[in-house]
Design a protein around this ligand. Structure first.
Ligand SMILES: N[C@@H](CCC(=O)N[C@@H](CS)C(=O)NCC(=O)O)C(=O)O
Length: 210
């Protein structure tokens, strides 16, 4: 297998963090990573469009040459191939809880941060759109507040007592916020403490650059 990715881009970062956490937890996974330079437009070259006609990352190329797209689908596939350590819970309810928190991190935090950055100072050259930026600046605190509240019970990780895909999504989102200079309201202290703690992990240090 081969993972097509790009540093700091949040959706590839989710998968890279997931792989780093699995390996740190003892899984033997060796998937070479190939960089596709998004600001240079390499995602629109024919060889990448053959992997993903939408011209996006990440893409997981399988051993038969076919490709899987969509970061969460790639993670779920890898989790089935390499179930230990469990990164999506260990029982039906735990798995539902992890998925619930991961969706909040994706839809309530990563997506608004991405929209704000692409509407203000897009690294891939999308045109500025102040209305879109204002809309997503307004809704970002809702997602942050939900996660801050979950973390206020003192849990070490965003979905409980061990690292899960929810941590990967949230850490990828907050790294992109640092890249795009989107401020996280300092009153979300539980979330910011989680971020500082999470970035000290070896897996985070190996997969995050900012
Ligand atoms: N829903 C997709 C989103 C993929 C996506 O938007 N990837 C971005 C990088 S974070 C991308 O490749 N953008 C390049 C472009 O739109 O030209 C996923 O979860 O993988």
């Amino acid at each position: 297998m081969k993972l097509y990715t790009f540093q700091v881009a949040p959706n590839p970062t989710k998968v890279r963090l997931y792989l780093a956490e699995k390996v740190a937890g003892g899984a033997v996974i060796d998937i070479p990573q190939v960089s596709v330079n998004l600001p240079k437009g390499e995602q629109r070259k024919p060889e990448h469009l053959a992997r993903n006609p939408l011209g996006r990352l990440p893409v997981l190329e399988l051993n038969d040459g076919s490709c899987l797209t969509e970061s969460l689908t790639i993670i779920e596939y890898l989790e089935e191939c390499y179930p230990h350590p469990a990164m999506i819970g260990r029982s039906p309810l735990e798995r539902a809880r992890v998925r619930e928190v991961e969706r909040i991190a994706e839809l309530g935090v990563l997506l608004p941060i991405g929209r704000i950055i692409h509407a203000t100072n897009s690294p891939i050259g999308l045109p500025p759109n102040p209305e879109v930026a204002a809309h997503f600046r307004k809704i970002l605190p809702e997602g942050l507040r939900l996660l801050d509240t979950r973390l206020s019970d003192g849990r070490p990780f965003v979905a409980g007592d061990c690292p899960t895909i929810a941590d990967c999504t949230l850490a990828a989102a907050l790294q992109f916020a640092r890249f795009g200079k989107v401020e996280i309201d300092p009153t979300f202290t539980h979330l910011l403490h989680w971020d500082a703690r999470y970035r000290e992990r070896a897996a985070a240090k190996s997969a995050l650059t900012l």
